[in-house]
Design a binder for this molecule. Structure first.
Ligand SMILES: [Cu+2]
Length: 163
């Protein structure tokens, strides 16, 4: 009869999915993230070859656990058109931060020592790549996010509005 093989293949598929979840390399968490799987709001943003974010603002509520997925939907190579999203604390000057970031090409254009200035950040992504981050929405206010790849901050920036 077919019962046993069909149960077996179901088990294999389930195991496979489990492995994919475990091995997924693109999930990172900020330090104050209490749980990997629970979140209150999911924000999706794309980056393009024309140096644009698909969203120039989004709104969340203070205290929400935010899941943010960023995807580079362009085709140009990472060395020419890499993108990230860095969400800055509102005490931080965006231009100064980005001018510092360009000095760190070997650190994905993230300025070493300035982790304290950010609420969350994705990896620097090449074409077709995506990264998901989790963070807690801070106190109400407006927080800028930006791509720190050299020259991109003029166009690739937006505002996270926390209510
Ligand atoms: Cu960019």
């Amino acid at each position: 009869m077919n019962t046993f093989p069909s149960k077996l293949s179901t088990a294999i598929v389930a195991t496979g999915l489990g492995l994919i979840t475990l091995l997924s390399p693109n999930i990172t968490f900020s330090e104050d993230t209490p749980s990997k799987q629970k979140f209150d709001v999911h924000v999706n943003i794309d980056g393009t070859d024309t140096m644009m974010y698909s969203k120039n603002s989004f709104e969340v509520k203070s205290g929400q656990k935010v899941k943010l997925t960023f995807k580079n939907i362009g085709k140009l190579p990472k060395v020419a058109m890499g993108h990230n999203i860095v969400i800055l604390k509102n005490s931080v000057d965006l231009v100064k931060f980005c001018n510092e970031a360009v000095k760190f090409p070997t650190n994905e254009y993230f300025p070493k020592g300035l982790e304290k200035d950010v609420i969350g950040r994705t990896k620097l992504l090449g074409p077709g790549e995506e990264d998901t981050i989790y963070f807690m929405a801070p106190e109400p206010g407006t927080y800028e996010y930006v791509c720190t790849f050299p020259g991109h901050f003029a166009l690739m920036k937006g505002k996270m509005i926390v209510k």
